[in-house]
Design a protein around this ligand. Structure first.
Ligand code: ADP
Ligand code: MG
Length: 631
């Protein structure tokens, strides 16, 4: 990975180094991981091209050598065969006592009553919900690291809006166990709203309608100045797509003339029928109109059953369920003291909102078109990825403001008076973040560290917090030193900054209180400034970056000429000198980043042949060195 450079004291690295960050939707039935790539959020697929990971873990008896657990599709496939050791819907147990979990006895595995949190008895030993969630999270982490071929820097993980502190803490603990740095937990409905970019749009009230596999959540969000506030939540923790499957199945069995047979069917027959009903339900979402029938033949102990249904029939069979979702919506609106006409947008989330029947009912209720163009089972993960990208400073504009967090970004001055953000605004505290920097010049033995606060790209537009120096770096070639700068912020907002040269261990540090002396109004003003000047800042930043690049190129060329200039004939030498003179002039006179970049490119091009000659000389020197050694 490229290192950023810091100059000698008195001078001032390089623009952004991208950090691999992801958004994770840790769902009751499915989990997903997403990331922003080339400016677009997308879910990351597994080796088989599937983006969804079933939130299912099967624990096997300990053996020597063999796999001790199966995760995802593999676990799901063995669920019928080994339900007692296959943990599903673990999210319902997170941070809960056994007594607090609704319908705990209907889970197919044994839940034990333990102080602090219910646990699960498995062939692989007793597992806490945190252990199980950590196995799911770790699978997603490896997927991300394989995709980017890089270590994961951090993740934003989503939780239901109604999760309490214990449930949130349990989610964080699971992430930590999976080796994931949690940049922030955000509410699922907020993530969905972010995925639709509502945070960038007009202020107002939004409803997020989330109908998943086993749960229904309705959230009313209010957006003011880029901040989402959850004003009401509601729903039904025992209402979801599974219930639609069952209702359709009952109707189909009655149609087939066996209304009561299900009650006496074997568990395997029942599971087979349920899966077939679910498949039929999902197929019905895709047929072109409400009266096109879908048919299916299902093999059971009764012999083959021929099923047929269209969407009108599905709607009739599941009308009561859809009615229950709308009752919950009405209640949430009442809690928020809002009329449905005051809702500015309705976001549809969860696989079950693919059902046209459900969409129609919700659209009719609100009397407006719904936001449905993003994939409803991906939308939460996508929003989390966008948030993660913003928090990582990969996309500095348009961040959201949330509470219990660092109000303004903290960073270091780098080459050219630019700010490198280390701790992005809104990072929850306490926090510790580190980044590696390097030296700008050959033989540089000291580093000037200037700690600044603010959202602007130029040091001059930010607030200076502290300066200190790291001395005693052994002289090395520019870019060879590894200096790790760590920002730590304790729960009180106290900032410590330390710099350590990794080779020798020389170290320097300083402590500051970053928010000290800033009123809320001043913070708000600084944020406002950063929003309104983002465009200008971007141009200024591009110009400074272009100048830094040009200077570095000139410096590098000069030092190469000094060392190996004898490799060039007069004409070659003159051509390079001309390119350098041209670049110096453009740097001095132009304020257009693209012009400077073009001249820098020209110099790079003009020195290609020279670089090749130098490389050959380097190689022959290395070879002769080896010969001497060999003698
Ligand atoms: P959760 O948030 O609970 O993990 P999801 O949002 O992934 O769940 O939703 C899973 C549910 O979505 C299942 O009941 C599944 O049958 C349903 N579903 C998925 N695709 C479709 C579809 N095309 N039509 C109808 N329902 C669907
Ligand atoms: Mg969900």
């Amino acid at each position: 990975m490229a290192l950023l450079q810091i100059s000698e004291p008195g001078q001032s690295p390089d623009p952004h180094q991208r950090r691999v960050v992801v958004g994770i939707d840790l769902g009751t039935t499915h989990s997903l991981v997403a990331a922003v790539r080339h400016g677009v959020a997308e879910c990351l697929p597994d080796d088989a091209g599937r983006v969804i990971l079933p939130s299912v873990v099967r624990y096997l008896p300990p053996t020597d050598g063999g796999a001790s657990r199966q995760i995802g599709f593999e676990a799901l496939a063995s669920q019928l065969q080994d339900p007692a050791n296959t943990v599903v819907s673990v999210k319902r147990l997170m941070g809960r006592l056994k007594a607090d979990v609704a319908q705990v006895d209907q889970l197919p595995y044994t839940v034990l009553d333990r102080p602090g949190m219910a646990t699960i008895q498995t062939a692989g030993g007793e597992k806490t919900p945190i252990d199980v969630s950590a196995d799911i999270l770790a699978t997603l982490r490896y997927r991300a690291e394989d995709t980017f071929d890089d270590e994961l820097f951090g993740a934003v993980i989503t939780v239901p809006a109604y999760f309490d502190d214990a449930q949130r803490q349990a989610t964080k603990d699971a992430a930590q166990l999976a080796g994931i740095h949690v940049m922030r937990l955000i509410n699922e409905p907020t993530a969905a709203a972010i995925a639709y970019g509502l945070d960038n749009g007009s202020e107002g009230t939004y409803a997020v309608f989330d109908l998943g596999g086993g749960t229904f959540d309705i959230s009313i969000l209010k957006l003011t100045q880029g901040v989402f506030e959850v004003v009401a939540t509601g729903g039904d923790s025992a209402l979801g797509g599974d219930d639609y499957d069952r209702a359709l199945l009952d109707w189909l069995m009655a149609q087939a003339g066996h209304p009561e047979w299900l009650k006496q069917a074997s568990p395997l027959d029942r599971a087979t029928l349920q899966q077939a009903a679910r498949a039929m339900k999902e197929q019905l979402s895709a047929v072109p109109d409400d009266t096109t029938p879908v048919s299916r033949v299902v093999q059971t102990a009764l012999g083959p059953l021929t099923w047929q249904a269209n969407r009108v029939q599905l709607a009739a069979a599941t009308q009561a369920l859809t009615g229950r979702t709308l009752s919950a919506v009405r209640k949430a609106l009442r809690d928020a003291q809002l009329d449905k006409s005051e809702v500015h947008g309705v976001v549809m989330v969860g696989g079950s909102t693919r059902m046209p029947t459900v969409r129609q009912a919700v659209a009719d209720f609100f009397g407006q078109p719904l936001l449905t163009n993003l994939n409803p089972d991906e939308v939460v993960a996508l929003g989390a990825a966008i948030q993660a990208n913003q928090l990582a400073g990969n996309n500095p504009d348009g961040e959201l403001l949330l509470l219990d967090v660092i109000p303004l970004s903290l960073g270091l001055e780098t080459m050219g008076g630019l700010v490198e953000r280390i701790v992005p605004r809104n990072t929850t505290i306490p926090a510790a973040l580190a980044q590696d920097f390097t030296t700008y010049q050959d033989g540089q033995t000291a580093l000037a560290l200037h700690v600044v606060q603010g959202e602007r790209d130029l040091v001059a537009d930010c607030r200076s917090l502290a300066r200190f120096e790291l001395r005693g770096i052994p002289p090395m070639a520019a870019g060879a030193a590894r200096i790790r700068v760590t920002f730590t912020i304790d729960a009180d907002g106290l900032l410590g900054v330390s710099a350590r040269e990794q080779g020798t261990g020389v170290e320097a540090s300083i402590t500051v209180k970053p928010a000290y002396g800033l009123s809320d109004e001043q913070i708000a003003q600084m944020l406002q400034d950063s929003f309104t000047t983002a465009q200008a800042d971007m141009q200024a930043r591009a110009l400074v970056e272009a100048r830094v690049d040009a200077d570095r190129m000139l410096l590098a060329t000069a030092s190469a000429l000094k060392a190996d200039g004898d490799l060039l004939d007069d004409a070659e030498r003159r051509a390079i000198d001309d390119c350098m003179a041209q670049l110096r002039q453009v740097v001095a006179e132009s304020t257009v980043a693209a012009d400077i970049e073009a001249s820098t490119q020209a110099l790079a091009k003009g020195t290609e042949a020279f670089a090749a000659l130098r490389m050959n000389r380097g190689i022959s020197r290395a070879l002769s060195g080896r010969q001497i050694e060999a003698l």
